[in-house]
Ligand binder design. Structure first.
Ligand code: SF4
Ligand code: SF4
Length: 109
């Protein structure tokens, strides 16, 4: 598929490529965001508004989480969150295998 080919220098890879490589784009200058679970009311506004080319937010039922490798830090979700519980995550940790499996299953990644 065309979007799976290498991208021109300086452009971020497609979301599907980021999921395959489980890595964040080095082109993105902003740090990713994280959701504070103790403050989140699970309204899913952020899930619905995260741009599809990023698709970084997942409602897992018990919580709503951002996969930092998929999050550009744009930050649309911050603007729509009614309780202001999405924070900069400069010290983000790599996403674990269980969550990547969830991403692949729910996002067709
Ligand atoms: S900052 Fe942007 S890319 Fe990251 S989770 Fe929020 S809406 Fe999605
Ligand atoms: S918009 Fe805010 S309160 Fe709603 S699910 Fe997202 S992080 Fe939670």
């Amino acid at each position: 598929m065309p979007w799976k080919k290498e991208t021109p220098a300086g452009r971020p890879a497609a979301r599907s490529t980021r999921i395959e490589s489980r890595s964040r784009s080095e082109v993105w200058r902003k740090p990713p965001r994280r959701i504070e679970p103790s403050e989140c009311i699970q309204c899913d506004m952020c899930v619905r508004n995260c741009p599809p080319e990023f698709g970084a937010i997942f409602d897992r039922g018990l919580d709503v989480v951002i996969v930092p490798e998929l999050c550009s830090g744009c930050p649309v979700c911050v603007l729509v969150c009614p309780v202001d519980c999405i924070y900069v995550d400069a010290e983000w940790a790599p996403t674990g295998g269980v969550m990547w499996n969830h991403v692949a299953l729910t996002a067709g990644g």
